[in-house]
Design a protein around this ligand. Sequence first.
Ligand code: HEM
Length: 323
Amino acid sequence: MTSLDLVKMVTGNFLGVVVLLEMIVSGSRFGANGMSMNYYMMSCPFAEPIVKNTVIRALQADPTLAAALLRMHFHDCFIEGCDGSVLVDSTKDNTAEKDSPANLSLRGYEVIDDAKEELEEQCPGVVSCADILAMAARDAVFWAGGPVYDIPKGRKDGRRSKIEDTINLPAPFFNASQLIKMFGQHGFSVQEVVALSGAHTLGVARCSSFKSRLSAADPNLEADFANTLSKTCSAGDNAEQPFDSTRNSFDNFYFNALQRKSGVLGSDQTLYATPRTRGIVNGYAMNQAMFFFDFQQAMLKMSTLDVKEGSKGEVRESCRKIN
Ligand code: HEM
């Protein structure tokens, strides 16, 4: 063996080791944006259990908060990406997202505050509000009986929260094409639109969100259920109508309700009324495991929408206030 061969072998091995190390490191990463499943392993090893315990305590006291946390995460991710922008309070110079009509019925902010407070005691300035909200929504789904899934962490908190941005949230009167278009702009497939809408297996809508459906006869609204909705609305705009018969359980009853033309929102029932999405509704109504699988995949995707990394964001001291 010549000395040149030896040099080649050593450098070849060295490069091999470097490539191998890089593969191992990048294998634990999620995409190219620096997020990872074990992002807080060194900096705040108890971040996940702290959030989980806070969520469980809150849900034991009020099970309806599972729906609230899930919805809050969705409204966070669709506006400015999953960056905690929905959590920011308005100030005298800025009206924040949370004061938009589309967000006025969001609840559960105090659960995020509680988790943040404990995390700041354990590891100050480390865990972002956006990550806390994403973990809380994930834990809430599981607590309510839904699928268990892991999400990457490493979202930074945004420095912008403006009421006008919430125009990009879907409206309850949207038809299937409008839903598909809006979700498509965030990279979701038709199947994912239906799976994510299955989040309406949890929670309620207020009369103001569906009363426009009651003014004229609607062939996509079952007559007895129309009476139920009217009765709910007789108690006023804020009266609540559960999306399905089990408002605190994550199951596939929402899809069964759509098959009976007993969806609460126009944007729910349109998924059954439209041939393009009806087959997917029928599939999820028949097979809960399939719904759970697709939901968890779609949630993973939603939870990483337009994530801010590095200096594009910050770790807020208080989730309600930009640093
Ligand atoms: C497909 C488009 C969607 C539309 C048009 C829509 C619209 C709405 C509306 C109008 C309400 C009731 C608000 C009220 O009356 O106070 C609601 C509730 C809810 N939404 Fe959606 N939503 C959509 C998708 C989603 C997604 C993707 C998720 C989560 C992944 C979600 C989670 C929830 C939950 C859990 C509730 C119940 C909240 C509670 O009980 O506090 N929604 N949604």
